[in-house]
Ligand binder design. Structure first.
Ligand code: GDP
Length: 443
């Protein structure tokens, strides 16, 4: 899922990579890619337009953060905007002060409405909210049976009056029953049609008018992409929704629907369906969905952590040191600690776009290498740490460090040689690209 979008964004980032600043001109290239990516992911055109103009405004006003590359910063801006468009936080299902909480399920036929009704009941039962399901789809005879079967499966009662009764009356009596029995939440499954149909809408409106639900949840099939926007608009204008359930997120949906629903209705997606089984329902978290849409490992965590951990004054000092080749083993250890605070090396490398494909073996090797470095450095005297040249010129000092740290003399030789190489490399680059430490990972 979302592969197309992730690939597009990847190429947008590439355009910014290697550039030291977000600027008016490079931002346009990247924005074009994001725009194409979203359209390919089947996001509604108007939603895309609004999204792009927000991102553009934010990217242009963005302060440069030391230790963060502009492409990483751009990803973060896109990410923040994705999160915002999808509602920022998880919004749980309402719970009325007075029992029962009334939930009305709306949506087209085949979207997974009946399944979602049962899934929701199971979810609520798990958090100790008793449920009653109400079957009002009298047009499709199998619909009532389907709900009864699902009810048995999850051990939740189903209220029905057969297929001759009036759906509005079934809903009204269902709510009465829940009230009489002290049930926490009553979930009303309604009839769907293959397309928006005025009779269906009118009936839904009448049910809503009669039972006055606390929640009206629109069930949206995530495979419908563009269409989700129109669907949401129509239901919201004619019925008024308080939230949505996005179904079939386990399939190869292109993800567009996830962006449209809240942008258009202002109502949050509350749950996502991720499979046919009744257990396959998850609360919707905009931040997790945004990471998933970006599909780039967790660059965002990297940027956030770098922003938190990396003291700017310190960074400047460090950069100066590198430029003047004064970067020594004490600074190196500081950087290693910083990396450690930020999580495992594997975790960090995975966060960097394009690096995610390193094999576990390679990552493990990198980790081992870093541990070795630290062990050897801790066997150095302060003087040796401050003056790497001292070690380069003295085999006896290197021998002492080898025996002190339990590594071979050749390991110490290699560390010292690599360090010198790295220093001159850094000098050549003329700038530090923190928190990456070129040349020391591969071993
Ligand atoms: P309704 O007509 O809207 O009530 O839809 P149903 O609940 O009968 O579901 C239609 C089909 O979609 C059924 O085959 C369900 O098993 C399937 N379905 C529902 N939700 C999901 C989901 O989250 N993932 C997958 N893969 N299938 C789902």
């Amino acid at each position: 899922m979302f592969d197309a979008l992730a690939d597009r964004l990847e190429s947008a980032w590439k355009k910014l990579r290697g550039q030291d600043k977000i600027s008016e001109s490079n931002i346009q290239d990247a924005l074009r890619e994001v725009r194409r990516a979203l359209l390919e992911a089947d996001v509604n055109l108007q939603v895309v337009k609004d999204f792009i103009s927000e991102v553009e405004a934010k990217a242009q006003g963005a302060e440069v953060v030391k230790g963060v590359r502009p492409d990483q910063q751009f990803i973060k801006i896109v990410y923040d905007e994705l999160v915002q468009v999808m509602g920022e936080e998880n919004v749980p299902l309402a719970e009325a002060e007075e029992k029962p909480t009334i939930v009305l399920m709306a949506g087209l036929q085949g979207t997974g409405k009946t399944t979602a009704t049962a899934k929701l009941a199971l979810h609520l039962r798990k958090i100790d909210r008793s449920c009653l399901l109400v079957a009002t789809d009298v047009y499709r005879p199998a619909a009532i049976d389907q709900l009864i079967t699902l009810g048995k499966q999850i051990d939740v009662p189903v209220f029905e009056l057969g297929s001759d009764a009036d759906p509005v009356e079934i809903a009204r009596q269902g709510v009465e029953r829940a009230k009489a029995e002290g049930i926490n939440t009553v979930i009303i499954d309604t009839a769907g049609r293959l397309q928006i149909d005025q009779d269906m809408m009118a009936e839904l409106a009448r049910i809503k008018q009669t039972v006055q639900p606390h929640e009206t949840l629109l069930v949206v099939d995530s495979m419908t992409g563009q269409e989700a926007a129109n669907l949401t608009r129509t239901f919201h204008e004619q019925i008024g929704i308080t939230g949505a359930i996005l179904t079939k997120m386990d399939g190869d949906s292109r993800g567009g629907a996830a962006l449209s629903v809240r942008q258009i209705s202002g109502a949050p997606i509350k749950f996502v369906g991720v499979g046919e089984k009744v257990e396959a329902l998850q609360p919707f978290y905009p931040d997790r969905m945004a990471s998933r849409i970006l599909g780039m490992g967790d660059v965002l965590t990297l940027v956030e952590k770098a922003q938190e951990e990396f003291d700017l004054a310190d960074a400047e000092k460090m950069q100066e040191k590198i430029l003047s080749a004064k970067f020594d083993f004490t600074d190196f250890v500081k950087q290693l600690r910083l990396l450690k605070n930020m999580g495992s090396l594997g975790g960090i490398l995975k966060m960097i776009p394009g690096m995610g494909k390193l094999s576990d073996d390679q990552l493990k090797q990198g980790e081992t290498q870093l541990k070795r470095c630290e062990a050897m450095i801790s066997s150095m005297t302060m003087q040796e740490r401050r003056d790497p040249d001292l070690l380069a010129s003295s085999p006896s000092r290197r021998r002492r460090i080898a025996s002190g740290s339990g590594y071979k003399e050749s390991d110490v030789n290699k560390l010292v040689a690599d360090f010198q190489k790295m220093r001159s490399l850094m000098q050549q680059m003329g700038q530090g690209n923190f928190p990456g430490m070129p040349g020391m990972f591969g071993g």
